[in-house]
Design a protein around this ligand. Structure first.
Ligand SMILES: [Fe+2]
Length: 683
């Protein structure tokens, strides 16, 4: 298969933006203006840089008696803003919630620019900084951070403060090119303090906003209207650390689940087992609000003018049938999920193609695993039934079994004739493979909501002392593994096309994982074809924190996740369970010593993983050169409150993983180095 890169990577459809150019603006003096940050309460931002363009963003809502309908954007090559290089004009209105997007063109590659917005009354935004990508034929190194899962309503975004502090201290040629946000930029599900006087699972609720409409379900609230979704972005973007980060670097964003729905699929809204309803209108509202607040080179199919979001008219309609690829062809669903397309490819010189996918709009409905639950072992799935059901009718090369053996019984296979679970959908998967095959960059980096790596443990090796045994013949305990058929098709393609330099960066899991990406693990064929890094959350609760707050101290299974120390601290043994297996965890409990724990590890549990941390927060820092990719995990303690330190507070550890560009047919390898702190229970 041969691909013409040009054919796939053109982006000439962005003709409707307000455009800022040099023509008529170069060398002008800046407008006389007074900086009034209060009139631009969400600050400024930039997004999706190319070698010669970047999108600039602000919001100028009516404040007290001051209404503005026109904005001028000014771009300068110096932070002092002595002279203008380029500029443009745009109208703003309530239609787009007073947000504004400028596509600035004709810029030079791989350099800094400064920009600001001035309204017709002479009031200016703060000055933002942005950076263009290197030229297509440049060998320049590329540096970026990747993040996910932030909730200023229940935590602090100290990670951004740390990121800024460290970048300011670097020499110019070592500074970041951009920030990749992998989603959960907002959390739509909201706990109000008045309903939860003791906070939410140990977190203090700030009550940063209330939904104008909203829907109360159980002890939390969900957005309903466009104004509800906008309310989330407006409140989040008032966070000073997030706002400073957006003003310092261009951001590249995709959404994860919470930009629309806690646990939805396509245009179905699902929340916490207590709410499940068709929500085509809400999907369109969520997409519109994302488009308004996240500056990105994204397309609304059929709308060449992107100055305004054209919301399709939809009626909330149940999705009753799913085609053989798991897609509902119900017309309202199709309209809603196609109202914004965020999958795209961005390039930084010869070194990086960044492939971005939409992991939620096309996903199939979740299968029910009720028949295969092991109540004594919550939060894990028995491997073999899980895999049979995840593959549906495609299991075992399209030969699924009639029954599934479980707890000594043969249970009819409920997914024998059902589509495989998918998150990409067939059309996007095809597009992704075309992009990957066409990429000529040395490193093909997939910005992936949640990553592809499997996490599991060998509960089948548990001795009797923890009470009930793990069922026979179900294989490993799956902690996290998703969408096996998508994974198989993509990894087989990478192997067959001899693609090298494949790297996945993921979020969503509220955990740090570093390792090698492979379709399968032992006893199946383990064949690493890329490297993968999952980043811990910026602020949202980790699984370790949740279990620390909720798991009973006398639960016999507690040791698999948490080991209580005499001084009251808790060892996150869940990392050890996933990395080395249950015998290592039990040895750790007995001796308190990781050396002895590692000595009895089961090498088959996780041959692909070199770091697992279910309790850390922070960000990942990727540095890419022509022959090496390194990813540093900058891990910070639980951000319960905002740090008053200029560096954002202390670090827990800093660990880097490096890989050299491998040749076709070779397996990638990761080297690990601990740069700072103590990650002993994570490696
Ligand atoms: Fe999240």
């Amino acid at each position: 298969m041969k691909f013409d890169r040009r054919k796939f990577l053109q982006s000439s459809f962005f003709i409707g933006f307000a455009i800022a150019t040099k023509k008529g603006w170069a060398n002008k003096l800046p407008t006389l203006a007074i900086e009034r940050r209060d009139l631009f309460p969400q600050g400024v931002a930039s997004g999706d840089p190319t070698a010669n363009s970047v999108i600039l963003w602000t919001r100028r809502p009516p404040e007290q008696d001051s209404v503005a309908k026109k904005l001028v954007v000014e771009i300068s090559t110096t932070p002092e803003f002595k002279k203008i290089l380029a500029g443009g004009k745009a109208h703003i209105s309530a239609d787009s919630d007073w947000t504004c997007r400028f596509l600035t063109t004709d810029l030079e590659a791989n350099r800094e620019y400064w920009y600001r917005f001035v309204d017709e009354h002479g009031f200016a935004s703060r000055i933002g900084r942005t950076i263009t990508a290197p030229d297509d034929d440049s060998d320049a190194p590329v540096r970026f951070t990747f993040v996910s899962c932030q909730c200023p309503n229940e935590g602090a975004l100290n990670a951004y403060r740390r990121m800024i502090f460290e970048d300011e201290a670097r020499s110019k040629d070592q500074q970041l090119n951009f920030v990749l946000h992998l989603g959960d930029f907002i959390y739509e599900v909201t706990w109000y303090a008045e309903d939860n006087p003791n906070g939410n699972r140990g977190r203090r609720i700030r009550n940063l906003y209330k939904f104008p409409q909203g829907r109360k379900v159980s002890n939390f609230h969900l957005p309903v209207s466009l104004e509800d979704y906008r309310t989330l972005y407006r409140a989040y973007l008032k966070d000073p650390d997030l706002q400073d980060a957006r003003a310092r670097w261009p951001f590249v964003g995709i959404w994860d689940n919470h930009e629309f729905a806690w646990a939805g699929y396509q245009s179905q809204y699902v929340a916490g087992g207590v709410y499940n309803a068709p929500a085509q209108n809400q999907k369109v509202f969520a997409n519109q609000a994302w488009w308004e607040f996240i500056p990105a080179m994204v397309q609304q199919p059929g709308n060449t003018s992107l100055e305004h979001f054209k919301a399709p008219v939809v009626v909330d309609t149940p999705m009753e049938k799913f085609n053989e690829e798991g897609l509902s062809e119900e017309p309202n669903n199709l309209l809603a999920i196609h109202s914004l397309k965020i999958q795209r490819v961005l390039r930084w010189g010869k070194n990086v193609d960044l492939l971005l996918t939409d992991n939620w709009s096309f996903r199939s409905p979740d299968m029910s695993t009720d028949d295969f639950i092991i109540p004594e072992y919550p939060r894990v799935d028995p491997q073999i039934p899980f895999e049979i059901m995840n593959y549906g009718r495609h299991y075992n090369n399209d030969n699924p079994p009639d029954t599934i053996r479980f707890n000594g019984k043969d249970i009819p296979n409920p997914t024998k004739d059902v589509h495989a679970q998918t998150y990409l959908g067939s059309e996007q998967r095809r597009w992704f493979l075309e992009q990957l095959g066409a990429s000529t960059a040395r490193w093909k980096i997939w910005g992936h909501g949640f990553g592809t790596m499997e996490l599991r443990s060998d509960y089948q090796n548990l001795p009797g002392e923890l009470g009930s045994k793990w069922p026979k013949d179900v294989g490993y305990a799956v902690i996290d593994n998703r969408f096996l058929r998508d994974k198989e098709i993509i990894f087989d393609f990478i192997r067959d096309q001899k693609i090298t330099g494949f790297c996945v960066v993921g979020g969503d899991r509220h955990a740090f994982h570093a390792g090698l990406a492979s379709k399968a693990l032992p006893p199946k064929k383990y064949e690493p074809l890329g490297v993968e890094f999952i980043v811990g959350s910026i602020s949202q609760q980790t699984l370790f924190e949740v279990l620390e707050v909720t798991m009973k101290k006398d639960n016999p299974k507690r040791v698999l996740n948490l080991i209580d120390q005499p001084d009251g601290t808790v060892i996150p043994s869940m990392n050890v369970t996933a990395l080395h297996g249950v015998l290592s965890t039990l040895k750790l409990k007995e001796t308190g010593d990781m050396e002895q724990a590692r000595a009895v590890r089961n090498p088959d549990v996780a041959p692909h993983l070199s770091l697992v941390d279910f309790g850390g927060h922070g960000y990942g820092l990727v540095t890419v050169t022509s022959d090496q990719l390194s990813t540093e995990f900058v891990c910070m303690p639980r951000p319960l409150e905002r740090s008053n330190r200029p560096d954002g507070g202390p670090l827990t550890y800093r660990v880097v993983h490096r890989t050299h560009l491998w040749k076709a047919g070779e397996a990638p390898k990761l080297e690990q180095e601990i740069l700072e702190g103590d990650p002993r229970y994570c490696i």
